[in-house]
Design a protein. Structure first.
Length: 296
């Protein structure tokens, strides 16, 4: 694929994205992802009031049913949502290169990048600003926040260039995250959620009044552990290896994995970080539907 081509989003997913709204929670004081705070009126989504028609108003805003009853032109005004800045943080460390045995052509990083492209589409249709931060063994890769189709192209270009490598950089190398992500911005972190450095970063951002979501993307193999015979398991970031019989260790693995997930969920909840889990064999918009909810 050309490095200048957009990240592909399946047509059915793109269609469903039109019914979603990805909105921050701090602005509304909600416990989950909520609605933008709003003080202005215009051609938004939530009905606010009628006013008399004025030259220059769009005809589509005229309430024709009300005209039929009153013989006067009235325009429907709606609450216009104030724009926010949505940041996408991608964990592109070596573990992002993992692939399921059933889909060796698709890596976790492929899924992360496609999910990021979906979030960009949501930000575009909401009129929000958006930016991208990716971390891997090379350090921090950044597309400053912006808006519009050209901003989407800049982000897609970086997504195409990303390669899974290395481990999370040291905490002091993450300074660009703090410099760019401002109070009340919405940050959606995409990754496996296994690295403590990443979790600490999200906890600190949430404590500093950033809206933070951990969208944890696991492989189907991590969820199901389909290995049956002798297998060499290797940590892609540390290089550590374990030889074992898949069938013999499956029960213990699943129990330990479930416990680790429960501990992570509890930790993020205590830290004020929303947490959604998805898998590489699930539709790209599945976790976004959980975060955003259908438009009303």
């Amino acid at each position: 694929m050309s490095p200048h081509a957009p990240i592909a989003i399946p047509a059915d997913v793109r269609s469903r994205l039109k019914a979603l709204r990805l909105l921050p929670r701090r602005a509304s004081g909600a416990k989950g992802i909520g609605q933008h705070a709003s003080r202005s009126r215009g051609a938004g989504l939530e009905f606010a009031q009628y006013r008399a028609y004025e030259p220059g108003d769009e005809l589509r805003q005229i309430d024709w049913k009300l005209y039929a009853r009153s013989d006067r032109f009235f325009v429907r005004e709606s609450e216009r949502e104030s724009p926010v800045t949505i940041w996408i943080l991608i964990d592109a460390t070596a573990s992002a290169g993992q692939r399921d045995r059933a889909r060796p052509d698709l890596s976790r990083l492929d899924h992360l990048c496609a999910t990021a492209a979906c979030i960009v589409e949501l930000a575009l249709q909401q009129g929000d600003r958006f930016g991208l931060i990716a971390v891997n063994g090379e350090g921090v890769h950044l597309v400053p926040s912006g808006s519009g189709a050209r901003q989407r192209d800049r982000i897609h270009l970086l997504l195409h260039r990303l390669r899974a490598s290395g481990a999370w950089p040291a905490a002091d190398a993450l300074r660009p995250v703090w410099e760019r992500v401002q109070a009340n911005d919405l940050l959606v972190a995409l990754g496996d959620g296994f690295d403590d450095t990443g979790t600490v970063l999200l906890e600190r951002l949430a404590a500093a009044r950033r809206d933070v979501v951990q969208l944890q993307v696991l492989t189907a193999d991590e969820r199901d552990f389909p290995f049956q015979d002798g297998h060499r398991f290797r940590d892609p970031e540390t290089g550590e290896e374990l030889l074992g019989d898949g069938r013999a260790i499956r029960t213990d693995y699943l129990a330990r994995f479930a416990e680790a997930q429960r501990m992570l969920q509890a930790r993020l909840q205590r830290g004020g970080v929303a947490h959604v889990v998805t898998h590489t064999d699930q539709p790209l918009d599945a976790p976004l539907r959980m975060l955003a909810g259908s438009a009303r």
